[in-house]
Design a protein around this ligand. Structure first.
Ligand SMILES: C[S@@+](CC[C@H](N)C(=O)[O-])C[C@H]1O[C@@H](n2cnc3c(N)ncnc32)[C@H](O)[C@@H]1O
Length: 256
């Protein structure tokens, strides 16, 4: 593809990524909002475990000196095969065995990764070990979501499960907050269901006319469902059912 063709494609993808027609927009925005609130806890060298495309690099750019992306070859290839942007990985390794010196980084970011590892306690311990005393882990994980990236999809997390994992790894929990309530769960899951069942199959099989026809009906329904869910969630916030959590936890300084 020519350079101008590539630029156009990137621009269109950016518009799509921010639009409510995108069937997972509500989840995306709730994660971004949670990470924005956690920005003050980020500084110095940030290690992004399971970074994929480093989708939150821009959010932390003015907070950190370096944003180091780490991902795991067997799963990152699968994750990227469905997308249009290339992964932005600096180090290839598993979260269960980080090739990072003890206390070498100031911040660890880990978004929507912990459900994909069969050994989350080990990954949590490795991330805690990589942190300098006083440094923070900023982590998001799902409580409600369909199977994805199969067969590498092992767990869902409650707030108590995440707190337990962080404490066992020697971290002190600063806060843990839900990302959305029952309405967000219902709206987001319905929107993703519509797209995954009535648009994605045609796109995957390359049946262009069926893809375009179904998209004309389904994408507006996705937008409407998600906007309605966001509104209802603001009116009546019931977070016993939530899309997931953000956890911010600190490694105690050596002298504390
Ligand atoms: C749902 S994607 C999330 C990617 C990115 N963090 C984001 O928020 O868009 C899950 C990521 O976790 C990575 N992953 C899965 N198992 C892993 C492991 N054991 N160690 C490190 N990364 C892993 C996958 O390769 C994939 O990039």
């Amino acid at each position: 593809m020519s350079e101008s063709g590539g630029n156009w494609r990137r621009r269109l993808n950016a518009i799509w990524d921010d639009s409510w027609f995108y069937s997972e927009q509500l989840e995306k925005r709730l994660i971004e909002q949670a990470l924005r609130e956690a920005r003050p806890y980020a500084h110095g060298i940030l290690l992004d475990v399971g970074c994929g495309r480093k989708p939150y690099a821009a959010l932390f750019r003015d907070r950190v000196r370096q944003h180091l992306g780490l991902d795991y070859p067997p799963t990152v290839d699968q994750h990227m095969s469905s997308g249009y942007a290339a992964p932005e990985v600096d180090v290839y390794a598993a979260g269960e065995g980080l090739p990072i010196r003890t206390g070498a980084v100031d911040t660890v970011l880990c978004t929507q990764v912990l459900e994909h590892t069969p050994n989350p306690a080990r990954v949590m311990a490795e991330m805690a070990c990589a942190l300098r005393g006083g440094g923070c882990l900023i982590l998001t994980a799902p409580q409600e979501w369909g199977l994805h990236q199969e067969p590498h999809d092992y767990y869902r997390y409650t707030r108590y499960g995440l707190e337990h994992l962080a404490r066992e790894a020697g971290l002190r929990v600063e806060y843990i907050r839900p990302r959305g309530g029952i309405w967000a769960v219902l709206g987001q899951r319905w929107s993703a269901y519509l797209y995954d069942n009535y648009v994605r199959p045609f796109r995957r099989r390359g049946i262009r006319w069926a893809f375009l026809l179904s998209a004309c009906f389904i994408l507006p329904a996705c937008a409407l469902t998600q906007l309605l869910a966001r509104g209802l969630d603001r009116l009546q916030f019931r977070p016993q059912n939530t899309l997931g959590y953000i956890l911010v936890a600190r490694k105690p300084a050596e002298d504390s």
